[in-house]
Design a protein around this ligand. Structure first.
Ligand code: PLP
Length: 383
C-alpha cells in the first residue's frame, strides 16, 4: 500500500479526475481506431476528437477551428514563438523575467538562431507589469517592425494575475501580437476569447485534473502560422502526428468539469489559502507571502511563502517529503530543485536574500485537515 501523502503541489500537476479517466477508458481499450482512417472505428475516434474540440471551443468562447491539440503547453509555446518569427515576421519577442522556462528558453533559442531580439517588460515590485513603462517600451518599437508579447495570465510560482484585456488592448494599439500563457488559469477562470484581445493562448490538461501529455493551442482565426512538427496533415496541417485521442477526450472532460465548478472551487480554495496564511504567520516562522495581496489579483490555489534561511529551513523540502507533504521550490520544471527559481531570484532583487521560498499549491481535493497537519509538520521541522 502506498503511504498517504498530503499533495500540495497542484500547480505542478493535478491528480487525474476519476470521471475523466472513465471518459478516456473506451479510447484506451476498445475504440482504438486511428482518427484519420475512413472505416467505422476510425470515424468514431474522429468524432470524439471533433466533439472534444467543439466542447473546448464553447467553454473558451472560441471557434472550433481556432483550437489545436498539442502534447502540452511547452509544445504550444514553441509553435507560437517559432510561427511568430517565421510566418508573422516578428523581430521582437517581448516577455518578462518571471515567465515559465518554456517561454524564456524558446525566446532565447530564437534570439540566438535568428534575427530576433528579446525585450523584458518592466515589473513592479509585486511582480505585476508596470503598464506605463510597458506602453513606453512598445512606443519605442519602430512602426514597421513586428513584435509578439508573451505573458502569463497568472504566474505559476506566486499566482499573481495579469489583466489580459488591458494588456491586450495596449498591445493592439501598437499592432503587436499577444500570446497569453494561460496554463495556470484554464479551468480556474472563465474565458470569452471572441471578445478578448489575444491572438494565442496555451494550456496543459494535467493542470486541471486531466491527463498528462495533452495540451491545446488557441490561434485566433485572423492569424495563420505554420506547424512546428512536420509530417502528416493532422490538425488541419497545423500539427503532424496521430492524435492522442484518449488525451483529447480526457482534456475536454476535465475542462468541462472544471468550468462547471469555477465559482465553487474558487471560493473553497480561497478559504483554504486564507486559512493556511493565517496559521503560517501565527504558528510558524514564516515571514511573508509573495505575490499580489488583493485576492482578485492572485490565484486562490497558489501560495508562495518565505521562511528565514536557517540550517533547518535549508532542508525544508526534503523534510516535508519525509513527513509525506509534497510541495516545491518553484515551477514544475524545477519542483525537485532546492535551488531558488529564476522567479524568486528576480523578486528577491529588492528583498531579503536571507529567506527561502516554498510554493504550496492546492486543488479542490485538499482539505482543511491536511493544511492543519502540514502546519504541525512545519512547526516540528522548523522548531
Ligand atoms: N507555462 C506555465 C505557466 C506553466 O506553469 C507550465 C508548467 O508548469 C508550462 C507553461 C509548461 O507546461 P507543460 O510542462 O505541461 O508543457
Amino acid at each position: 500500500m502506498t503511504k498517504r501523502i498530503i499533495y500540495l503541489d497542484n500547480a505542478a500537476t493535478t491528480p487525474l479526475d476519476s470521471e475523466v479517466l472513465k471518459t478516456m477508458m473506451p479510447f484506451l481499450t476498445d475504440l482504438y481506431g486511428n482518427p484519420s482512417a475512413i472505416y467505422s472505428c476510425g470515424r468514431q475516434s474522429r468524432l470524439a476528437v471533433e466533439n472534444a474540440r467543439k466542447s473546448i471551443a464553447d467553454i473558451l468562447g472560441a471557434r472550433p477551428s481556432e483550437i489545436f491539440f498539442t502534447s502540452g503547453a511547452t509544445e504550444s509555446i514553441n509553435t507560437v514563438l517559432s510561427g511568430a518569427v517565421k510566418d508573422l515576421g516578428c523581430e521582437f519577442i517581448i516577455t518578462s523575467d518571471i515567465e515559465h522556462l518554456s517561454t524564456l528558453n524558446t525566446a532565447s533559442y530564437l534570439a540566438s538562431n535568428r534575427d530576433v531580439k528579446v525585450l523584458k517588460i518592466p515589473l513592479l515590485p509585486s511582480a505585476v507589469i508596470d503598464l506605463i513603462q510597458f506602453e513606453d517600451q512598445l512606443k519605442k518599437i519602430p512602426n514597421n517592425r513586428k513584435f509578439i508579447v508573451v505573458l502569463s495570465h497568472a504566474n505559476s510560482e506566486i499566482g499573481t494575475i495579469n489583466d489580459i484585456t488591458t494588456i491586450g488592448n495596449i498591445i493592439k494599439k501598437y499592432n503587436g501580437y499577444f500570446c497569453s500563457d494561460t496554463v495556470q488559469t484554464l479551468g480556474h477562470r472563465k474565458f470569452h476569447l471572441k471578445e478578448t484581445p489575444v491572438d494565442f493562448i496555451i494550456g496543459s490538461a494535467h493542470k486541471f485534473h486531466g491527463p498528462k501529455g495533452i495540451g491545446l493551442l488557441y490561434v485566433n482565426q485572423d492569424i495563420s502560422i505554420s506547424p512546428n512538427l512536420l509530417g502528416g496533415s493532422q490538425e488541419r496541417n497545423m500539427r503532424a502526428g496521430t492524435e492522442n485521442v484518449p488525451g483529447i477526450v480526457g482534456m475536454a472532460k476535465a475542462l468541462q468539469i472544471a468550468d462547471c465548478n469555477i465559482e465553487k472551487n474558487q471560493q473553497y480554495l480561497q478559504g483554504l489559502r486564507e486559512f493556511m496564511i493565517e496559521k503560517l504567520l501565527k504558528e510558524t516562522p514564516a515571514t511573508g507571502i509573495n505575490g499580489a495581496t488583493d485576492k482578485n489579483k492572485i490565484l486562490e490555489n497558489i501560495l508562495s511563502v518565505n521562511f528565514p534561511r536557517t540550517e533547518k529551513s535549508e532542508m525544508l523540502l526534503y523534510n516535508l517529503d519525509i513527513a509525506g507533504v509534497c510541495a516545491s521550490a518553484g515551477s514544475a520544471c524545477s519542483s525537485g530543485a532546492l535551488n531558488e527559481s529564476h522567479v524568486i531570484t528576480f523578486l528577491r532583487k529588492n528583498q531579503n536574500d536571507k529567506e527561502l521560498t516554498i510554493r504550496f499549491s492546492f486543488s479542490r481535493l485538499n482539505t482543511k485537515e491536511e493544511i492543519e497537519k502540514t502546519i504541525e509538520i512545519l512547526k516540528t521541522i522548523l522548531s
